[in-house]
Structure formats: C-alpha cells, structure tokens
Design a protein around this ligand. Sequence first.
Ligand SMILES: [Zn+2]
Length: 286
Amino acid sequence: MPELPEVETIARLIRPDLLGRTIAGTSVKWLRTLGGATRSGLTAHVKDREILMVGRRAKYILIGFSSPGVSGSRTVDTWLVVHLRMTGRLNVEAPDTVPHKHTRLSLELDNGNRLDFIDPRKFGRCVPTRHLEDALPELGPEPLEGEFTEAFLLEGFRCRRGRIKALLLDQSFLAGLGNIYVDESLFAARIHPQSPACSIPRHKVRALFSAIRETLEEAILREGSSFDTFYRTPEGQPGSYQHQFQVYGRHGKPCRVCERALKRIVVAQRGTHFCSNCQRLPRKGA
Ligand SMILES: [Zn+2]
C-alpha cells in the first residue's frame, strides 16, 4: 500500500498539471469510489471550480477547489480527498489518450486533459467534501513537519505498553507510516519491533526520531518504493527506494550490518522484517 513517500511523490508530480485548471466535467465509472457520495454530489463539489491546491495529509491526497465560477479566489471551498489504498493511481492524461480499463473516475480539465483515478482492486476512494474533518479519520502529526518532535515521541511512548510497531502503524498516533517505513525506521534505530513502547530507552527514542525523518526524506527523494505493490509514479515509473531496503522483504538474507540472516515475524497482523541480532528486545526491568 502506498505510504507517505509514495503519496507525496504522486501529489508533487501531478500538482503542476492541475493547479489553476478548472473542472469542465466529471465521469464516474465505479460509484463506490465516491465513498457514499453521488455523481451529482461530485459534480456539485468540483465542476466549474478552479484547482487551488494539491496537497497531502498522511496517506491522503487533498485536492482543493475554489467556489464555482470564481476565478482569482485563493480560498478553498471544497475538497476531493483521495485515498489510494492498495492499487489506486492518479494520472493526468492527454485528451486523445484511451482511458485505462480500470479507470474508476475522471475529472475533465479545461485544457482538455483528464485526471484519471485508476484502481484495479477498487478499494481506493475519491471523496468530495466541504469539510476535511468529515472525510479524514483522526490523524496524528505529520512526521516531516514541526509538530513531530523527539519530545512528542518521548511523551507518546510513556505509559504505552503496546508494541512499538503497532503504535507506529497507528495513524491516529503518527500519520503516514506503513509497514515498509516502520520496519526500515526501527532497524535504523536498532529497536526490536516487539518492544513495548514504554520500555525504549531515551537514546533509542532519539535515534528513532531521526530514523523516521531520514527514512521518509530519502524515500521521497527516490520517489517511493515499488516493491510487491502496484505503485507507479504518475509518469508510469517505479520508485527506487526498494533498492535501499535494509530489512523489508529481505528475510533470510544477511543483515547488511552484522551479516546474520534477517527474520520475518508477524506483529500487529503485519509481516515484520528485522535483525534479531541488531534489534534486541529490552531486558525486563531494564
Ligand atoms: Zn544485524
């Protein structure tokens, strides 16, 4: 599933083709894509409106529209909240391009191009809304913004006996991380994924804070990871961060630090990759 770096990459790549464009029409081929909204509801939220912003919150792409028929306004009046889930993709297509057979929704732009939402497995959603809070679940801070600090992690881990991996996957605690970047960040900080959050010593919390930031920043530079997923950039290219993986998907292969075979276990119902030598469980009472 696309995580923060993949979603950020898509938002950055489609933004220049969308900003300032007005929606000329809509076409919905799979109604459930709208997450409960109707075709006419979508039209009312986007048609004849200018795209004022293309951003990201957690793993959601946010497209912000002006009031209808008002050009020059900078105030976002409505939103389309896009959740790619497993296989969703957003592509900006030229007018004469034949739509992909798994296109679920298209927005026609005033220059003739189309923004197509393509989603083979149909789990993805594009939800029109006037109020972001209605379309987004409870979300923790953005890991690449100022609200995410070492102090936030120290405070957040205190009194939490649950496993660190489960906590980092919890979007209401910290937004945007998924299985890949949690495994990679925990390895970088040398923390065992089953460690109770409250048991992690301060110096490792500090290391984890840096590891999360550095892992995500590096992954964005490399346009995300295309490993065992359908993820492609809107230009049809795979990301390249999978070549940097230290642990994810490498079980059975030697750890790049100590050369012991990496392990795979299940934590929080997710396949979890780690080095049992470099990432030790804290001793009880330590
Ligand atoms: Zn190791």
